[in-house]
Design a protein around this ligand. Structure first.
Ligand code: FAD
Length: 417
């Protein structure tokens, strides 16, 4: 259906009977050139770019639940490219550039909002580290501003400038960072892939990976039967280890739950994203008015999408200490998502040692912002059999070789989500 102000009005009067589904509900074909496991942001973006940029359209995305039911619909929507390391910063900046053109590219309103991301700093050491990070960002063209205490006060006057434990010394601001509407990102990529011939098959759980005598992957067992493929791409996020294990592959990944919270709708009060890394707390305000906030992962391994009370208490305690006004709002909802935490905090986009099996995993807390670049790079790998130039540091064998991309590993996160 084509949209115009008039057609939207007419549909409202006719009970919205003229709206058509945004993607088909196909039955699986016996065989595809490429099968992608996981209809989250990364799986759908991969399918979209495979079809659009690389002309590979005989593709299926297999999703065990409904499209967007995983972390793509559970995250706190922050996008940014404020990384330090050479293996990371160009990749996340590529993603930021793709975000900037995404809505035109897939012709869908993903509510990309470059409202600025401010990381607070509280010690001289942290400020030095932020200066270094800011320089790395400037060199990559990402833009960065180092604010002093007064600069932060001007930018976010509602913060607690008398914090006894973590006095605000300044902050690192990336004005191009911000938020995007997470589920619309899944829908936009899904619709764009479907329009180009990709089969998105929901309620289709992959239960096994089929290999021939030589060990090469030839297809998958699913809740809708056996489906063959030339190449199999895993993009199962929190269940990466579980799915890879079906092919006998053990990954350097642990699964943890990450929680988030949203308040009742309030008038506009926070017009950017603020991270208080020392307190493991970050916050923004949605366009509906809810304060959206969260903290760090629960520290135990889990596949449950429900976290513990200790982390709830910690997030609220730290949040209110830096943003006292938060104590006056009512929290509407809390939820969790399962994170595939890699051992160095960085993702994996690579071929695996098993022929025809490709891996996109280990996105930890930060995979939403990476969705476009991840999809583009994984599509490049699947189509051309070689890593995209900006994703070369994200090889699987880096753990064996000792070339880790250790940016958000253990310890207090200076730079949440
Ligand atoms: P998912 O949407 O989880 O997709 C994986 C899909 O695989 C799921 O739909 C799942 O059902 C499917 N699947 C699993 N097993 C199978 C199987 N056997 N067969 C078929 N399908 C299967 N990142 C940011 O950059 N910014 C943020 O602000 C941010 N905040 C976050 C807040 C929270 C609370 C959480 C939970 C995450 C946050 N993240 C954030 C991280 C980000 O959401 C993830 O890194 C990213 O979404 C993971 O990629 P994905 O979208 O493909 O995952």
């Amino acid at each position: 259906m084509r949209f115009s102000a008039f057609s939207i009005f007419r549909e409202a009067l006719r009970g919205n009977r003229g709206w058509t589904p945004q993607w088909r509900e196909p039955q699986p074909k016996p065989h595809y050139d490429v099968i992608i496991v996981g209809g989250g942001g990364h799986g759908l973006a991969t399918a979209y770019y495979l079809a659009k940029e690389f002309g590979v359209t005989n593709v299926a995305v297999l999703e065990k639940s409904w499209l967007g039911s995983g972390n793509i619909g559970r995250n706190t929507t922050i996008i940014r490219s404020n990384y330090l390391l050479p293996g990371n910063e160009p990749f996340y900046e590529m993603s930021m550039k793709l975000w900037e053109g995404l809505e035109q590219d897939f012709n869908y309103n993903a509510m990309v909002s470059q409202r600025g991301v401010l990381n607070l700093c509280h010690t001289d050491g942290q400020r030095d580290a932020f200066a270094r990070r800011g320089n790395a960002m400037l060199m990559e063209g990402a833009g960065a501003e180092l604010l002093d205490r007064e600069g932060v006060r001007k930018f976010a006057p509602y913060l607690n400038f008398n914090h006894a434990r973590f006095p605000i010394l300044g902050g690192l601001l990336q004005k191009r960072g911000g938020t995007a509407r997470h589920d619309a990102v899944a829908w936009g990529f899904g619709r764009g892939a479907d329009m180009r011939g990709v089969d998105i098959i929901q309620n289709c759980e992959v239960t096994g990976i089929i290999r021939d005598e030589s060990g090469a992957v030839t297809g998958v067992e699913t809740s809708k039967g056996r489906i063959g493929c030339n190449k199999l791409g895993l993009a199962a996020a929190g269940h990466s280890s579980h799915v890879a294990q079906m092919a006998g592959l053990r990954l350097p990944i642990e699964s943890h739950v990450l929680q988030a919270f949203v308040s009742e709708g309030l008038k506009p009060v926070i017009d950017s994203v603020i991270t208080f890394g020392m307190g493991h707390f970050y916050i923004s305000q949605s366009d509906k008015g809810g304060l959206v906030f969260g903290g760090d992962i629960d520290g135990y391994n889990s596949y449950a999408r429900r976290g513990g009370l200790a982390m709830v208490e910690h997030v609220f305690e730290q949040g209110i200490s830096m943003l006292p006004g938060l104590s006056r709002s009512k929290v509407l909802r809390a939820w969790g998502g399962v994170m595939d935490m890699s051992m160095d905090g960085s993702p994996i986009i690579d071929k695996t040692p098993i022929p025809n099996l490709y891996l996109n995993a280990g996105w930890c807390y930060g995979g939403f912002k990476a969705t476009p670049a991840s999809g583009f790079s994984f599509a490049h790998l699947l189509a051309k059999n070689e890593s995209h130039p900006t994703a070369r540091a994200m090889r699987l064998d880096r753990f064996e070789r000792g070339y880790q991309v250790d940016e958000t590993g253990n310890g207090p996160q200076p730079n949440l989500h």
